[in-house]
Design a protein around this ligand. Structure first.
Ligand code: ZN
Length: 290
């Protein structure tokens, strides 16, 4: 059996997978103080005979193996977690070999091998929720330099008439600041679930997301873009993004890029909200097999 953890900003999901990749057991813990959380995680896995563990965690994380703080959470707005040695403390608590990556990269690994990306050499996964993050994989390698890419913080062109204050504390006009879940609330003072999809806030968000996808398409040329996260769970949201992307393809990209039909190019995750857990399972399995 293998262990998998999806460590998110509000909840932590721990799962035990069978050898052939089925979820045998799962538990959820509320994200709170790191030492308390790690203790609870240790307790959950204590009685499970797992060979290894794969972890996808919120960050930013230090993923540079040569760094003194490899495996640490870096500056995060999440209280208590800054400079926490997530890799070291989990290893102590669960007592098996582990591999870790960002939450979005773990979801991408799940989708690339078992879901919407499995037919392709390269894929981009973007999650749109409380924040916006994206990860890119090519021939099985996750793109990573000094750390994970920060694709949520690229600049987008603010739509005339959209006066909302950016929800990013660093940038006035970045994608996360104008298109993440909290930006919808700031425009409407309602939660996304209670609004009709025809609300202007969704059309703004779709336009910004399509701008972001156009930029990623120029730079990375992924074969498929998989969109996950709470905002994409809204019925009709993906269609809005695709319509906006088609418009940009024609009038801003001016058909300069050779891109597949948008229905095949921009898709929802096949594994739904389980993509990250499957990614963790694949990472754990990879340790044991190598
Ligand atoms: Zn930003």
């Amino acid at each position: 059996m293998y262990g998998s953890i999806e460590l998110g900003g509000t909840k932590i999901r721990c799962a035990v997978f069978s050898e052939d990749g089925k979820i045998e057991e799962e538990t959820r813990i509320e994200t709170d103080k790191p030492y308390d959380n790690v203790k609870e995680i240790g307790k959950f896995f204590k009685t499970k005979e797992i060979k290894s563990l794969g972890v996808g965690a919120f960050g930013p994380l230090d993923t540079n193996k040569n760094s003194q703080t490899y495996g640490f959470v870096k500056n995060t707005p999440k209280k208590y977690w800054t400079n926490f040695d997530i890799r070291g403390e989990l290893k102590k608590a669960v007592k098996v070999d582990l591999d870790f990556t960002s939450d979005v990269a773990a979801s991408l690994i799940g989708e690339y091998y078992l879901g919407a990306g499995k037919k392709y050499r390269s894929a981009l996964y973007i999650t749109v929720g409380t924040g916006i993050g994206a990860s890119y994989i090519q021939d099985g390698n996750i793109l990573d330099g000094f750390g994970a890419p920060e694709m949520g913080h690229i600049k987008v062109d603010r739509i005339k008439g959209d006066k909302v204050k950016s929800v990013c504390q660093y940038h006035d006009d970045c994608l996360e600041g104008l298109a993440s879940g909290p930006s919808i609330y700031n425009r409407t003072l309602c939660s996304g679930e209670s609004l009709d999809i025809s609300d202007q806030a969704f059309s703004y968000v779709a336009t910004y997301l399509a701008q972001g996808l156009a930029t990623y398409s120029y730079i990375l040329r992924p074969e498929v873009i998989i969109m996950g996260g709470g905002v994409l769970n809204k019925e009709g949201m993906l269609d809005l993004v695709k319509t906006e992307f088609d418009r940009i393809k024609e009038f801003q990209i001016n058909n300069y890029l050779d891109l597949p039909d948008t229905d095949y190019y921009i898709v929802l995750p096949d594994l739904g909200n389980e993509a990250g857990l499957y990614g963790g399972y694949l990472m754990a399995k990879n340790i044991s097999e190598n």
